[in-house]
Design a protein around this ligand. Sequence first.
Ligand code: SF4
Ligand code: SF4
Length: 370
Amino acid sequence: KPMEGRISDIGPRDFNEFLPPVLKNNYGQWKYHDILEPGILLHVAESGDEVYTVRCGTARLMSITLIREMCDIADAHCDGYLRFTTRNNVEFMVDSKDKCDGLVKDLRSRKFDGGSFKFPIGGTGAGVSNIVHTQGWVHCHTPATDASGTVKVIMDELFEEFTGHNMPAPVRIAVACCLNMCGACHCSDIAVVGIHRKPPLIDHEYLDNLCEIPLAVSACPTGAVRPSKVEIDGKSFKTVAIKEERCMYCGNCYTMCPSLPLSDKEGDGIALMVGGKVSNRISMPKFSKVVVAFIPNEPPRWPTLTKTIRKIVDVYKAEANKYERLGDWAERIGWERFFEKTGIEFTPHLIDDFRDPAYYTWRQSTQFKF
Ligand code: SF4
Ligand code: SF4
């Protein structure tokens, strides 16, 4: 529906149009909420109205048939309403306990061939919620790793932590497939960041036809790109030159100029960061810190990545106090002990690098012992 005064229909429609009536009627007038069991929330309004929310995990990429099935469930139980969270969970909401019981029974009965749940219920409270993530190899042009594959294997590994409240505190995981980081990696308990390690290649012969050279130059945050000319087979081409020692492999220039590709099978991989959070509870919000400088891309199941995350989660689960987020725990015991206990090697690559302040790391105190 075109909005008044607008000449196009670009942009999303007003979210109020899509709110279930019980939410519309009680908007901003909620008395309290409770988590009844993992994945099932109760919100009670000042008016006495109740909303039961059932949260289910979804895969990173979904088929049309699975989405249609979600819509059928929403039609059958929720008057056609459903919502997706920023962490790619799908939430079904109903306004009575009876409806909630029927909904949960239906969701638990739906399984894939082979028996795994199509709609695993969980992702609340002191557990692992679904992963906030970016696009990956399928949809974006600058990824250094995949998002679909890594999200799938991590959540397969942490299925019990998703469907239970068996962690000391919430564990928020993020995946960003390049340093542009359009996910939430800078402040997640565990963050997977795709990194390139080689500068862009330059397709001199095509560059001037495919790119605006001033745009490619101005896209570089470190000033590594400058206009240039080359001779190839006696022909002169307008192009760019890259000062490699200035390059931080961010891929911004490639965003502006398709003749500057930087994907590389051996060079690309993953940095693992931990200890970030946005919550104010116990301590101030914190940035995530790099704890593994490079994990190679190992599709389809990324065994090194999942093994490392499993180890971190297990040690944190066993050792942290109740309500302590991963970063709070690591700070209490000392980051040196974090490396000892998880068996992760502290290497010189983890020392912060002036070229990339996005890696907010260790050189903050002479008391740090490594
Ligand atoms: Fe694209 Fe980078 Fe965002 Fe991944 S993190 S979707 S590669 S911009
Ligand atoms: Fe500059 Fe980033 Fe391109 Fe390197 S990858 S040349 S730092 S824009």
